[in-house]
Write a protein that binds this ligand. Structure first.
Ligand code: PAF
Length: 282
């Protein structure tokens, strides 16, 4: 496995991969890798000859500097997981490698970035789309893999790739959950066992919304009321949103039809947890 720390090193390695059988699968991450990332890497391995993982905690996508400093980091554990999964190359740059002092360009997907997570974390998606553009330019992957847990991120990046004609295909992979339904996330490393238990309420609320739809609800209001009621039975430390929207446009829906996204964000202690479910209505 190659460990590459500079952009020049990555570009040189990448040029050597060019050839008739080129097929590069890319899994961009912020490290503190878990079984959700492992499943993305395995998915990439199934469809691509060469697999690249990036591990970079991107300062641009955090609000207060505090949150960036507190984000979990585990570079040796990350390299071990990548070795176990026979990853071909890991890009592990230092922050000033990607953002030298002279850095001044950002990339913004306008409307899609304002909703949901964007409303609670201003500039978050601008940070994501800027770093993803840089990483896609450096790695030039055939296919790039993202997890459904960050569904809005996927929709924003899909728009970015379309709008800027970036030559990669995108694959959305299912959320990996613990036995109790909790969606695996690097941030969850910062939850105590008791907080981790409490955080489960988010998935339970989304399931309550899904059950309401299965029971015949065809308007958002009763579904959202059902999700709120479930959360209020075991209230977390804050609820940022619990809603239904169109899975393609992320616009709120009054009447439910087509492919509906149930999505939510709660806070437990100092940790924000997000999750979603996709429900198809016939
Ligand atoms: O999903 C993540 O881990 C990050 O937002 C990403 C896509 C690696 C960009 O920093």
């Amino acid at each position: 496995m190659r460990i590459i720390r500079t952009t020049r090193g990555l570009q040189t390695w990448r040029r050597r991969q060019d050839g008739p059988r080129l097929s590069i699968g890319f899994v961009p991450t912020m490290g503190a890798l878990h079984d959700g990332h492992r499943s993305l890497i395995r998915r990439a391995r199934r469809s691509c000859r060469t697999v690249v993982v990036s591990v970079f905690v991107n300062p641009l996508q955090f609000g207060p500097a505090e949150a960036y400093r507190r984000y979990p980091r585990d570079p040796s554990g990350d390299l071990e997981l990548c070795r176990e999964e026979r990853v071909d190359a890991v890009f592990l740059p230092a922050s000033d490698t990607l953002y030298p002092p002279s850095f001044q360009t950002t990339v913004t997907v306008t409307a899609l970035s304002r909703r949901w997570e964007g409303a609670h974390r201003p500039a978050h998606f601008q940070g994501v789309t800027t770093i993803v553009t840089k990483l896609l330019n450096l790695v030039r992957p055939t296919r790039t893999f993202f997890g459904q847990k960050d569904y809005q991120q996927f929709v924003v990046i899909r728009q970015l790739v379309r709008d800027l004609d970036l030559p990669t295909a995108l694959t959305l992979c299912p959320t990996v959950r613990d036995a109790d339904g909790f969606a695996l996330s690097s941030r969850a490393r910062r939850l105590t066992a008791a907080q981790r238990q409490r955080a489960c309420v988010l998935h339970r609320a989304l399931l309550a919304g899904k059950a309401a739809i299965a029971g015949g609800a065809r308007r958002s209001r009763p579904v959202e009321t059902r999700m709120a009621a479930r959360v209020n039975r075991d209230p977390p430390d804050g609820v940022d949103y619990l809603a239904c929207c169109d899975a393609r446009t992320l616009e709120p829906l009054a009447r439910l039809r087509g492919t509906v996204l149930l999505l939510g964000a709660i806070r437990v202690g100092a940790v924000r947890c997000i999750d979603n479910l996709i429900v198809r209505i016939r």
